[in-house]
Design a protein around this ligand. Structure first.
Ligand code: NOJ
Length: 737
């Protein structure tokens, strides 16, 4: 009883700084009451039996909570369910310490937004932040207070299924998005009841697995790691992310979960991270198959001494830390430090004030899938769509059409609209493409539909019926792509073309001569050179989530002018992978006039160029760019480089354009990429009007890790590009002294 009151007293007024003690000393006084077993319990995270996101679950988690052997639970949500579990912790465990409740809230909680790669294509940081604000509001109304997001892994390999969760291939843009997501989740203060703790993942470089195979080996130079892969994690940490998740992979022979340099020297030391580090799902156990630990006990020792604070689902801490402390292989200080970090997070979340703070039935009834959230989701779908091709203005669908055939295996597939990691999203509440088109077209237009084939098998039997439906319509919308489980975790593909017999369906439908717009659903860049050759129009829509069909219809009918731009290169073929815009020139650069010239860095059987480059996306209008103007041509250190360009809307409707700035350091201390994104602005240009876009870049934007790993810039000549995608060649040169 004494212990209970002590904790309750400590919990009073935690939000008023200076009132009693700091979170740190409060945590320390709790630690002083704890047995070693209870401390280790705080360092253990288990999934509930509500759902599973990994290979095995421990069904005895409620008993463990009762015994004080669990610090946090994941995969548990809805107020009653969470309250029931929290009650065990705060009423039946000896020290009554509340649990944190975590979940993979990756692109929405109940209202599901486009998959993250699609969101990134909006280049709209405000919308991205707002989507996380909504996700946090919904999740916290259902008992949750911790998300395993943002996932900020840079990836250059579309075979890797998890590219759908990230922001694409660019580090600079990925860092801005990482920070926006953290701000969205954590809001102004974690003390608010509608904010949740963010968890940056997967630390580090999980997005660079060899051959694009999930969980595979990562090996790269320090320079690549620092320059391309680490900055988004750092940006998320700088934005205040309260936790970090280790990655499954090794880097240069050291698995992240046992990497002291990564978790302690870099993350806590250099970056000043003061939150807690959780492993990925049983990744301590995986140190054994990785081959750096001979058994689970050694795995536990390596990981905790490297800087891991919490073991996700592996039970290794629970089983072995006690023994390891007793034998002196792990000090109690290491344990206390970890527990303190976890308790501080609980204080920040206000759980000691009120362990049921996130269990509010009224909020659960009122703050989920509100009309406002759904309206935003619909707009976000439209923002994330990328118009890849639009020959002869096939789109928007002409206003006079009397009948539209919506054909394809994804035309009316509710189950696929959410995409992978759809958290608590309900597929039955999704709007399909067919439904979205029907909603928008109204009763005067006849909307027909046919599946034609399945996503991924060789059954041709339904194609003829789809053809006859197509022949009856004035306009055909052809929905092709991947099913939702073909991307995401453990969903790498060696062949990233459109699967099954869908291309046979596409060819036959297009040959009918009807106007055809292909609508693509997929979680990664696909290899679609053949489709690009034959389809008059292609709209990339990713997996749009709850409002997918409505948002896509807004684009198809021209109510919203597409403005999305790719944040990951679409290759011409799989053999070009990894293919990304910020590559090096090499000593034998390809000759653009003769791409197959011998003795150059090229292929015998494929150009080096992508099908659609990074930054690419069309609009229903056209934008004309003026030449680039600069404030001057030669700069001293610390002088701002200011560049501007006029964008004229030369088409016949208003439109938004993502204006992009790239630089190229022509002669570096080490070789430099041919282009690096260093600025963008998304501007609305009304038809017939001209808008001036001005960028200002600093010496920091020109700096990079030199061969001695100093972060600095090279005096000398730079090229500065401004354009509508990374392949455009409009540039000026300037000198930095
Ligand atoms: C494994 C995934 O890699 C990670 O992203 C996720 O957060 C955990 N499982 C929990 O579901």
């Amino acid at each position: 009883m004494l212990l209970v009151s002590l904790i309750i007293i400590q919990g009073c007024n935690t939000q008023h700084e200076g009132v009693i003690l700091s979170y740190e000393s409060k945590s320390d006084s709790i630690i002083s009451l704890m047995t070693l077993e209870e401390k280790i319990g705080q360092m253990s995270l288990f999934t509930s039996d509500m759902s599973a996101t990994g290979p095995s679950i421990r069904n005895d988690y409620t008993d463990l909570i009762r015994q004080g052997k669990v610090g946090a639970v994941f995969n548990a949500y809805t107020v009653d369910f969470v309250r029931g579990i929290q009650k065990i912790a705060v009423e039946e465990s000896r020290l009554h310490i509340p649990l944190i409740f975590g979940y993979d809230i990756i692109h929405g909680h109940r209202t599901i937004f486009p998959v993250n790669l699609g969101q990134a294509a909006s280049w709209d940081l405000e919308a991205i932040e707002k989507s996380e604000r909504i996700a946090a509001t919904e999740a916290s109304a259902e008992g949750l207070n911790w998300t395993f997001a943002p996932m900020v892994d840079i990836s250059r390999d579309p075979r890797w299924g998890r590219v759908m969760e990230g922001s694409g291939e660019d580090t600079w843009l990925g860092s801005l998005i990482a920070a926006a997501r953290v701000k969205g989740f954590q809001g102004a203060s974690l003390a608010d009841n509608n904010t949740i703790l963010a968890c940056v993942k997967h630390f580090a470089a999980y997005g660079a697995p060899q051959a694009g195979r999930d969980y595979s080996t990562v090996d790269m130079s320090d320079r690549s790691l620092y320059e391309w892969y680490l900055p988004p994690y750092k940006a998320a940490v700088d934005a205040g992310a309260g936790s970090v998740m280790t990655s499954f992979n090794e880097i240069a022979g050291v698995p992240s979960t046992s990497n002291h340099w990564l978790l302690t020297d870099l993350l806590r030391g250099e970056w000043g991270f003061n939150g807690f580090v959780v492993t990925d799902y049983s990744s301590i156990n995986e140190l054994v198959p990785h081959g750096v630990a001979s058994d689970l006990k050694q795995a536990g020792e390596l990981s905790v001494n490297a800087g891991v604070d919490m073991d996700m689902q592996g039970s290794v801490f629970l089983e072995y830390l006690n023994e390891l402390v007793k034998s002196g292989e792990v000090t109690e200080k290491v344990i206390n430090d970890a527990v303190r970090r976890i308790l501080i997070a609980k204080y920040k979340l206000g759980l000691f004030d009120d362990p049921y703070k996130y269990c509010d039935k009224k909020r659960e009834a009122e703050e989920i899938m509100t009309p406002e959230f759904l309206e935003f989701a619909r707009g976000f779908v439209a923002k994330s769509c990328v118009l890849l091709k639009n020959e002869k203005n096939t789109l928007p669908i002409p206003s006079g059409v009397k009948s539209i055939a919506v054909i394809g295996p994804l035309a009316d597939s509710k189950a696929d609209m959410l995409g992978f990691w759809s958290a608590a999203g309900q597929w039955e509440k999704c709007v399909t493409l067919f439904e979205g088109i029907r909603n928008r077209a109204g009763s005067s237009v006849n909307i027909l539909t046919a599946k034609g084939c399945n996503v991924n098998d060789d059954d041709l039997s339904a194609i003829n019926q789809a053809l006859s439906v197509a022949r009856k319509a004035d306009f055909v919308v052809l929905a092709l792509g991947e099913s939702k489980d073909m991307s995401g975790e453990a969903a790498s593909r060696a062949d990233i073309s459109i699967p099954g017999v869908q291309m046979i369906l596409a060819e036959k439908i297009i040959k009918t001569g009807k106007p055809v717009a292909v609508v693509l659903f997929n979680g990664r860049p696909l290899s679609i050179s053949e489709l690009d050759k034959m389809a008059p129009a292609i709209l990339e829509t990713w997996f749009g989530g709850t409002q997918a069909g409505n948002g896509i219809a807004d684009i198809l009918f021209g109510d919203v002018n597409p403005s999305g731009k790719l944040t990951m290169t679409f290759p011409m073929n799989v053999g070009q992978i990894p293919l990304f815009y910020n590559s090096k020139n090499t000593g034998r650069p390809i000759n653009p006039q003769n791409p197959y010239e011998k003795w150059k860095s090229n292929y015998l059987d494929s150009p080096n160029t992508p099908l659609y480059p990074f930054g690419y996306g069309l609009s229903y209008t056209t934008f004309a760019y003026s030449d680039i103007r600069m404030n001057k041509n030669s700069f001293l250190e610390n002088e701002k480089v200011v560049a501007s360009v006029d964008i004229t809307n030369s088409g016949d409707r208003d439109g938004e354009e993502v204006v992009q700035l790239y630089i190229h350091d022509l002669v570096g201390d080490v070789t430099r990429p041919v282009k690096e994104l260093k600025g963008f602005k998304k501007v609305l240009v009304k038809k017939g009007e001209t808008v001036t876009v001005t960028f200002s870049i600093s010496s920091d934007d020109l700096s990079y890790y030199h061969h001695n790993m100093n972060f600095t810039y090279d005096p000398g000549e730079f090229a500065l590009y401004i354009g509508s995608n990374s392949a455009e060649e409009r540039f000026v040169k300037f000198i930095v002294q």
